[in-house]
Write a protein that binds this ligand. Structure first.
Ligand code: ATP
Length: 321
């Protein structure tokens, strides 16, 4: 028996009506994607691309205009399906009179959990998100990062199979982000599926198996994070630190594509080159050496997801411009 996908979206559309004239605006224009069970999937895209709208349709918060969407084999918005889903909204507002513990009691009851179930889980969960020593403190005193972690505990309370997280590490400091990453990796190890929307591409690259990049209501590209980064660049980006003046370096490199060439404080020069292939790398080293340039450091620059993302949208800007 094959299991249904964690999330399956086909030709999904969503139009909003705006303004006095009720003009139609298409926030989603035919999105298709599939998230397998057990993976961490990142939803990326510039502001206004339609990410939150897609999440809201999946959760049944807004109604789709066309196409189909299902979660764990049930239609998006279905009440039984929704009980297997944990959700962390972008700006979860927790009423000021709560402590971390009473907030979990409140959200647990809303999810239909019994007092016994809430009681047996709440301390363990607060510990897992790093709030073990703040359990009885008023959330009024919580920083944005602490509220975010409490929100994550709230999303996990009913032990959901699928987690949908809107900007889970927004507002967290580096230690807090690493903490949340570890929590998400532990959940993945337990077989949970995580679907997250984030603008922090370094974070996404560290934890996501696959991503989809939305642009103006459509999936622009989708795939494995590392393949995507590789796909968006041709050739090799080489970074060299050489002991020579930048004039000598430029003269020995000739007409090669020098992305940058800056002197360092210690008298060396840092050069970044765009080269076609390994043969071009070898030739470049030969030329520098035969001009008497001493190579102090050499590294092949890794293309990050952020590089790939910026390149993808820079190409569009050029086409439009
Ligand atoms: P961000 O990264 O800024 O959070 P997003 O990718 O989540 O953006 P959405 O919030 O889904 O984007 O919005 C997509 C488009 O739909 C935007 O142009 C937005 O103005 C529009 N939109 C969103 N909600 C509504 C609404 N309730 N009524 C009308 N238009 C809306």
């Amino acid at each position: 028996m094959t299991l249904d996908a964690a999330i399956e979206v086909r030709d999904l559309t969503k139009s909003y009506r705006n303004g006095l004239l009720r003009r139609r605006f298409e926030a989603l224009r035919g999105v298709s994607l599939r998230v397998e069970r057990g993976e961490i999937f990142g939803l990326l895209g510039p502001n206004g691309a339609g990410k939150t709208t897609l999440i809201k349709v999946l959760l049944g918060i807004v109604r789709r205009s066309g196409g189909s969407a299902s979660l764990l084999g049930r239609a998006a918005g279905d009440r039984l399906g929704r009980m297997k889903v944990g959700y962390l909204p972008e700006n979860l507002r927790i009423a000021n009179h709560h402590t971390a513990l009473t907030a979990l009691e409140y959200y647990g009851k809303l999810s239909g959990l019994s007092w016994q179930e809430i009681k047996s889980e709440r301390f363990r969960l607060l510990e897992s998100v790093g709030l073990a020593d703040r359990t009885r403190e008023s959330v009024k005193k919580f920083s944005k990062g602490m509220l975010q972690r409490l929100g994550l505990a709230q999303a996990l309370l009913h032990d959901p199979e699928l987690l949908i997280l809107d900007e889970p590490t927004d507002g967290l400091d580096p230690v807090g982000r690493s903490h949340v990453r570890n929590v998400l990796m532990r959940l993945k190890a337990q077989g949970k599926t995580i679907f997250l929307n984030s603008h922090l591409l370094q974070e996404v690259e560290l934890i996501c198996d696959r991503v989809a990049i939305l642009d103006r209501g459509l999936v622009k590209v989708a795939g494995n994070v590392h393949e995507l980064a590789g796909e968006q660049t041709e050739g090799v980006e080489l970074e060299l630190v050489v002991a020579a003046s930048d004039d000598v370096v430029r003269a020995s490199l000739g007409a090669r594509d020098v992305a940058s060439c800056h002197p360092n404080r210690d008298g060396t020069v840092r050069v970044v080159l765009q080269l076609a292939d390994q043969a071009a790398v070898d030739q470049c080293i030969d030329d520098l050496r035969s001009s008497g340039v001493s190579i102090v450091g050499l590294s092949r620059r890794r293309v990050t997801l952020e590089d790939a993302f910026l390149k993808l949208f820079a190409e569009d800007a050029r086409t439009v411009g």
